[in-house]
Write a protein that binds this ligand. Structure first.
Ligand code: FES
Ligand code: FES
Length: 168
């Protein structure tokens, strides 16, 4: 067993974890973060994607003890507040992106990580960043459109930010 401390969605959490236990099971079973899904269990489908210090990781294949001292963000913690969605979530709603929904929290986490590093990806950059997230319902065209829409929402927010500051 290892005692670890992680910052989960902005809150410090202390945990005791069995060595080698995947982060996914700690999130779902110890921390009740059920939005992160189990798909393949071997790092191939992306359903279990969360952010570790802002980067996407496959939590089914990531030993929880290696998250010690790091920031973990799940779909439950992606929105900036209870009143405001993350631009990727907003775009997903506008584009009616999900079908069955099972893969979508992983898709959203991968898309948010992509846009944090590249706020204007083209189709090939989107396809490359999202290639590890599989969708058995085939929502890929809507995912791509939603990522372009989220990029536009982020650009609008950034354009508005200085004006808001100057009015303050
Ligand atoms: S469940 Fe983790 S990649 Fe498939
Ligand atoms: S929406 Fe059904 S698996 Fe992707």
């Amino acid at each position: 067993m290892s005692n670890i401390e992680i910052t989960l969605n902005g809150e410090a959490r202390q945990l005791s974890v069995e060595d080698g236990t995947p982060l996914l099971w700690v999130l779902r079973e110890q921390l009740a973060m059920m939005g992160t899904k189990f798909g393949c269990g071997v790092g191939l489908c992306g359903a279990c994607t969360v952010h570790l210090d802002g980067n996407p990781v496959r939590s089914c294949s990531y030993p929880a003890q290696l998250a010690n001292g790091r920031k973990v963000t799940t779909i439950e913690g992606l929105a900036p507040s209870d009143e405001e969605l993350h631009p990727v979530q907003q775009a997903w709603l506008e584009m009616n992106t999900p079908q069955c929904g099972y893969c979508q929290s992983g898709q959203i986490m991968s898309a948010a990580a992509l846009l944090a590093n590249n706020n204007s990806p083209d189709d090939s950059e989107i396809d490359a960043a999202m290639s590890g997230n599989l969708c058995r319902c085939g929502t890929y065209p809507r995912i791509r459109k939603a990522i372009h829409r989220a990029a536009a929402l982020i650009a609008t927010d950034q354009a508005d930010a200085p004006a808001e500051e100057s009015q303050a």
